[in-house]
Design a protein around this ligand. Structure first.
Ligand code: NAP
Length: 230
């Protein structure tokens, strides 16, 4: 039986990943803060024949991350998907310290703390998936806090990969381009949603990477929009 945790599964890419990884016999631990939205993800996961457990914690708060890890328990995870993320999109002069720190808390510190607490029990053949972004490799105007956080997550995930390699745990990084989700709702500017990928495209890539034999690691997978970075 597979035990899979997906953070930020209440909507967008995380929900799509949870649904794509939901198969009979699997247990999906679906994380988020929005209880109603998570209940909808749960319904969709169960429709695929998997079991689902809702995990409601705020990743901005390290104390809640500790409680979350305790609630998840000591039964090892087969797959840990760090997907939850937040974006502040505005010129760097307008980014407040609070927004900067909140971006780092969710996008960098939460994956670090959760991995620290959950990876120790993971067995050879299990996998950690980091949802990064093309913004982990390239800077974009207006995206300073987001890009810096994703560059930082890139550094953490590359180091983590090498630390976990001797234990036979795969660390796989996914770099999506613009994807039509609610993360764009508060971004300053006009964004062409019709040119963006669907969340399900990203989820299918994650499922493909995870479906390779344990001795094969798709370590870095970039999905770009044909139209470019938008
Ligand atoms: N959309 C894109 O164009 C794109 C491109 C490249 C990479 N990505 C990355 O893909 C991941 C998913 O993004 P998305 O586009 O699906 O965004 P989204 O629709 O805004 O979903 C974000 C998810 O993260 C969760 N989340 C945010 N802040 C949280 C917090 N403080 N505590 C707990 N959960 C929190 C949200 O859950 P609740 O609101 O329920 O808490 C939600 O489930 C992110 O890491 C993002 O950086 C997105």
């Amino acid at each position: 039986m597979k035990r899979i945790l997906v953070t930020g599964a209440s909507r967008g890419i995380g929900r799509a990943i949870a649904i794509r990884l939901a198969t009979a016999g699997a247990t999906l631990l679906i994380h988020g803060r929005d209880r109603t939205a998570l209940a909808e993800t749960r319904r969709m996961v169960e429709e695929k024949g998997a079991d689902a457990l809702e995990v409601l914690y705020d990743l901005e708060d390290p104390a809640q991350i500790s409680t979350m890890a305790e609630a998840i328990g000591t039964q090892p995870l087969d797959v840990l998907v760090h997907n939850a993320g937040t974006a502040v999109v505005k010129p760097f002069e307008k980014v407040s310290l609070e927004e900067w720190c909140a971006t780092f808390a969710v996008n960098v510190t939460a994956p670090f703390l959760l991995t620290q607490k959950l990876a120790s029990g993971m067995l050879p053949g299990s996998s950690i998936v980091n949802v990064l972004s093309i913004a982990a490799k390239t800077g974009f105007p207006g995206w300073s806090a987001y890009c810096t956080s994703k560059f930082a997550l890139e550094g953490f995930s590359q180091s983590l990969r090498e630390e976990l390699r001797p234990r036979g745990i795969r660390v796989m990084n996914i770099y999506p381009g613009a994807t039509a989700t609610e993360i764009w709702n508060t971004a300053e500017g006009d964004w062409p949603r019709d040119k963006m990928m669907s969340a399900d495209e990203v989820a299918q890539a994650v499922r493909f990477a995870l479906s390779r034999p344990a001795e094969v690691a798709i370590e870095n997978l970039t999905l770009t929009n044909t139209a470019g970075a938008l």
